[in-house]
Design a protein around this ligand. Structure first.
Ligand code: FAD
Length: 321
């Protein structure tokens, strides 16, 4: 059954986030040959339409308004509701990001639709669209189908492969005019926390540190290793609670969820709440002096040793490659 599917384009610092392209690929599966429409919301976002086309969108809908210059769930849900009323889609896909987690339930409730959140795969099987999502902090997986109404889902970043980029692919851009009513929240100023380099949730390489690093200074070599490998630094809650790093780096059940190609856990014991945020990483390397540490149960490669001896050697080796 061919469906029309809307894919929300998440804009960060003037660019579309990678998860938006992954969402296009998910949208193609849901559409089963139907139309995949990228949706851009903001105050000057139309110029990003080409990026959507390069990754396979059939058409792009743009909603621009000065009140949409900063994200608010109130303003963006008004804009998206207008798009849904105009387009009447059978499917909607968001990235399972902070913004997606905030906006998608609000929109789903306004549409009286269900929501499948945090899907890590989407397949078309015998007329059904089957979503797989982790449950019990990643200890098990469930498969879900939508039996009525709009197929509305959020997808976890770094799990669904985007289509191959085709810079020659283009399409029609449709503009929808909206009247954004008074917002209950107005963003006066955005103060950015300067996180160096790569976005943690979209990084292909994550170097995460735990309480074993002993201090904020102990964390510094992690950034050096991340720089060499083109990755981002993350942390366990143990390290954040101890004040070694900022909570924005926390990975786990109550932190960020990451799925990099390579995850290096340094001085992290591997508590279940930490594993919830990283166990789907493709290759996991653990450095820990305790051979019984739980992190070794999910690691693909383990180094049993003192991290303060292992890290400098690893950094030097990586630099020499
Ligand atoms: P520890 O458990 O203290 O482990 C430190 C490790 O470092 C040990 O394995 C030790 O062998 C090793 N080590 C020490 N020195 C060295 C050395 N010199 N060389 C090599 N290895 C060394 N945790 C999260 O991470 N993310 C979450 O989102 C999260 N959410 C939670 C939610 C709830 C409701 C609760 C109750 C807990 C949550 N936690 C979370 C906390 C979690 O249970 C653990 O307490 C935490 O993950 C432990 O952090 P850690 O591994 O850094 O510290």
């Amino acid at each position: 059954m061919a469906r029309k599917v809307l894919v929300f384009g998440e804009v960060k610092e003037g660019s579309l986030r990678n998860v938006s392209f992954e969402a296009i690929a998910a949208g193609k599966t849901i559409a089963e040959g139907g139309e995949v429409v990228g949706v851009l919301v903001g105050d000057a976002v139309a110029q990003l339409a080409d990026h959507f086309f390069h990754y396979g969108a059939d058409r792009v809908v743009v909603v621009e308004h000065e009140k949409l210059n900063h994200y608010t769930s109130d303003g963006y849900s008004q804009a998206l509701l207008a798009v849904v009323n105009e387009e009447k889609p059978e499917g909607i896909v968001f990235g399972h990001t902070s913004l997606g987690k905030d906006l998608s339930p609000k929109l789903a409730s306004k549409l009286d639709a269900g929501l499948i959140s945090d899907a890590i795969s989407v397949e078309a099987v015998g007329g059904n669209i089957v979503f797989t999502r982790p449950i019990y902090s990643g200890k098990a997986f469930e498969k879900k189908i939508v039996t009525s109404g709009i197929i509305f889902a959020t997808i976890r970043p770094n799990n669904i492969t985007p289509l191959v980029k085709d810079e020659a692919h283009t399409g029609e851009v449709t503009t929808i005019a909206v009247d954004i009513k008074d917002l209950r929240t107005i963003i006066k100023e955005v103060v950015r926390k300067t996180s160096e380099g790569v976005d943690l949730t979209e990084a292909k390489v994550v170097i995460a540190g735990g309480r074993g690093l002993k201090s904020a200074d102990g964390f510094k070599p992690l950034q050096e290793l991340a720089d060499v490998l083109g990755g981002a630094v993350g942390a366990s809650r143990g390290a954040c609670d101890a004040g070694y790093c900022d909570y924005s780096l926390q990975i786990g059940q109550t932190g960020k969820v990451v799925t990099p190609d390579l995850y290096i856990a340094v001085g992290i014991s591997g508590a279940i709440q930490h594993l919830a945020g990283m166990s789907n990483s493709k290759v996991i390397v653990a450095i820990n002096k305790d051979p019984e540490a739980n992190i070794f149960n999910i690691a693909d490669y383990g180094i049993v040793g003192d991290l303060f001896e292992v890290l400098p050697i690893l950094i030097e080796e990586m630099k020499s490659l």
